[in-house]
Design a protein around this ligand. Structure first.
Ligand code: ADP
Length: 620
């Protein structure tokens, strides 16, 4: 059994549940009000019918007064109709609030995800923790959803017990008159009977609990199975995958076969459900029936002994059945807390992940003169869990307003350099200084504010174009248009059916527009310009552009970058010529620095080698 499947005690389970309920309370007290009202009506309304029916039977067995019988029938019809109406209204209210709290609860996971240190968000271990939480929820609602349902179950059970005690009080209090059955009057007998009832009531949840304890055993295969569902099974849904699935005839390989393995009849999950788990569940149900049998026996014996009449029999049977149903639910809850505790632990392990990144308090001085200077001083960096250094003893200073180009082979550390500069990661060794101060000492969000970055794998979202550029719902349309024009998207903007209000992609709007890779890159560039940060960083900014668009960006780059400090990563050396300084990366370090002319003059250098390798494709 792995760490995640460790046994949880009832006490721990209760502690987790209380913590989760407290979170629910903060998210939405209305959920509790609605659940309380709905559960009270659900639990108590059957008692009205039980009591009135008992009166009816008593009348039928006794006076048979037609007027009273009619009145009772009308009362039964009226109360049943009114109570079902209110019960149904309360139920809908509770359903709406449950749906709402479910979404709010999901948002707490999203909030956590965004508040994590990037290094954690990007780590496989944290991804696994988060997906475990999601897989549990998808597999059986385990974790938060069960906790939501527990609130309703507990409130319902408490009202059932309360109503049951009131209506079945006479069952225990009434004395039998028949001497042969006089033992039924003895307090000791009543106590033994109640103890047996509670004992039997406990057996059912214990058996159900034993059955459910097998669930964590299938957590791992369930996790994998759900991943298959989420990732593999959704592949055919996305038309972008269709060409590769069809050309290589991969559909059966990526979808069909895997699904049979994970969810097939011979999977662990199904074997357990067919075997031991299924038997335990069946035994649990039959114990509940035994409980009902005992209630019937006790009520009938007392009636036979003359303790009460036939009308009371109907009342006590109904009341005692509901009462013990409530007891069973409450005892079941103990097993439930224990079992769900395993999943709640997963949730809180994830929610309690600490932010380890040092958060400074210095302000980045929003300088109007944009006088910023950045220095990498002997910086080395290894990605978490990696043995290899992605950057090694990197020393580099760049000045405000400079155009810095970073070139080098794939894997030489260019993107890592940018990620460290933007403080997505902190250096493993060495220090990065902004105006002579360690960047860790600045307020994190303020520090982020001084960078506009177009990452290689930037993302645009299914939102209107204007919101994508402004990264906000409120924006200045004139400035958004200006940025799009600067980024070379002007002509395309004119063709957008609803201008800046045109949705990108079709996920949220069927009239949304699919943009090409190059067009998307221009929008991402416009977004970086709109942010108007003192540093603009472009990681392979023209990789998806056609040669004409690429040339257009280069010629306008000085205008685009304005007075910003620009860092420009590119494979294409010809596109870096316009930069003031070019840094050549190799194996995680800077091996050459200088202008294009200076670097070309160093024959035998890496820059020369790369330049010549690319130049041969452009000369005949
Ligand atoms: P470049 O941008 O020059 O192509 P990168 O900075 O992306 O290079 O990568 C530098 C090195 O770090 C490569 O060896 C790459 O495999 C490794 N690397 C990049 N990202 C990660 C990551 N998230 N986890 C582990 N190693 C990584």
């Amino acid at each position: 059994m792995n760490e995640q499947n460790k046994k949880i005690t009832i006490r721990q389970g209760l502690r987790y549940a209380l913590r989760e309920w407290k979170i629910f309370w903060h998210l939405s007290p209305r959920f509790f009000y609605a659940t309380f009202v709905s559960a009270a009506l659900t639990a108590l309304s059957p008692y009205a019918a039980v009591w009135l029916s008992a009166q009816l039977v008593t009348e039928l067995a006794g006076g048979r007064d037609i007027h009273r019988l009619m009145t009772l029938v009308l009362w039964i019809l009226g109360t049943t109709a009114v109570l079902s109406f209110f019960r149904s209204v309360a139920y809908r209210w509770k359903e709406v609030e449950t749906d709402d709290i479910w979404k709010r609860q999901h948002k707490t996971y999203m909030d956590k995800q965004m508040s994590l240190d990037y290094v954690d968000e990007d780590s496989q271990k944290v991804y696994d923790m988060y997906s475990q939480v999601m897989q549990n929820a998808n597999l059986s609602g385990a974790g938060g959803t069960v906790c939501i349902l527990q609130v309703e179950k507990i409130v319902t059970a408490l009202f059932q017990i309360l109503g049951g005690l009131v209506l079945s009080w006479g069952l225990f209090a009434a004395k039998v008159t028949d001497e042969k059955l006089a033992f039924l009057n003895h307090p000791a007998f009543v106590l033994v009977f109640l103890a047996v009832m509670v004992g039997v009531a406990c057996m059912s949840p214990v058996l159900a609990g034993k059955a459910a304890k097998y669930m964590p055993l299938v957590q791992e295969s369930g996790k994998f199975g759900n991943r298959m569902f989420n990732v593999q099974l959704s592949l055919p849904e996305n038309p972008k995958n269709a060409p590769d699935l069809r050309i290589y005839n991969q559909y059966q390989n990526v979808v069909g076969r895997q699904m049979v393995n994970v969810y097939g009849r011979n999977s662990t999950f199904f074997k357990l459900r067919r075997g031991v788990m299924g038997l335990l569940m069946a035994a649990s149900s039959s114990v509940s029936a035994l409980l009902m049998g005992l209630v019937y026996l006790f009520v009938c014996l007392k009636a036979c002994g003359g303790a009460f009449g036939v009308g009371a029999v109907a009342q006590y049977l109904g009341a005692a059945t509901n009462l013990f149903q409530g007891v069973v639910t409450l005892v079941n809850m103990l097993a439930d807390l224990e079992i769900n505790g395993v999943y709640m632990k997963n949730i809180f392990d994830y929610l309690d992940l600490p932010n380890k990144m040092y958060q400074g308090s210095l302000t980045t001085e929003k300088r109007s003169d944009r006088q910023y200077q950045v220095e990498f001083r002997d910086v080395s960096f290894r990605y978490p869990g990696s043995e290899q250094y992605a950057l090694r003893h990197l020393n580099m200073t760049f000045q405000v307003g400079q155009r810095l180009a970073v070139v080098g082979m794939n894997g030489s550390g260019k993107t890592t350099f940018i990620k460290l500069l933007c403080r997505l990661y902190d250096p493993t060794e060495g220090v990065i200084l902004l105006n002579g101060i360690d960047i860790r000492k600045y307020r994190y969000n303020e520090y982020m504010d001084i960078f506009s970055v177009v990452f290689q794998d930037f993302q645009l979202f299914s939102l209107p174009l204007g919101q994508n550029v402004a990264a906000s719902q409120q924006y200045d349309p004139a400035r958004v248009t200006e940025c799009l024009e600067k980024a070379g998207f002007g002509q395309r903007l004119e063709k957008m059916p609803k201008g800046l209000d045109t949705y990108l992609y079709k996920e949220l709007d069927e009239n949304g527009v699919e943009v090409s890779g190059g067009e998307a890159q221009k929008i991402a560039l416009a977004r970086a310009l709109y942010k108007d940060a003192p540093f603009i960083v472009l990681d392979e900014p023209t990789a998806a552009l056609d040669p004409v668009a690429e040339a257009e960006i280069y010629t306008k780059f000085n205008e685009i970058a304005g007075d910003k400090t620009a860092i420009y990563i590119s494979h294409r050396l010809s596109s870096c010529k316009f930069c003031d300084i070019i840094a050549v990366f190799d194996h995680g370090g800077v091996i050459q620095r200088g202008t294009h002319e200076e670097l070309l003059a160093q024959s035998g250098g890496k820059y020369c080698e790369l330049w010549n390798a690319q130049a041969q494709y452009y000369t005949v």
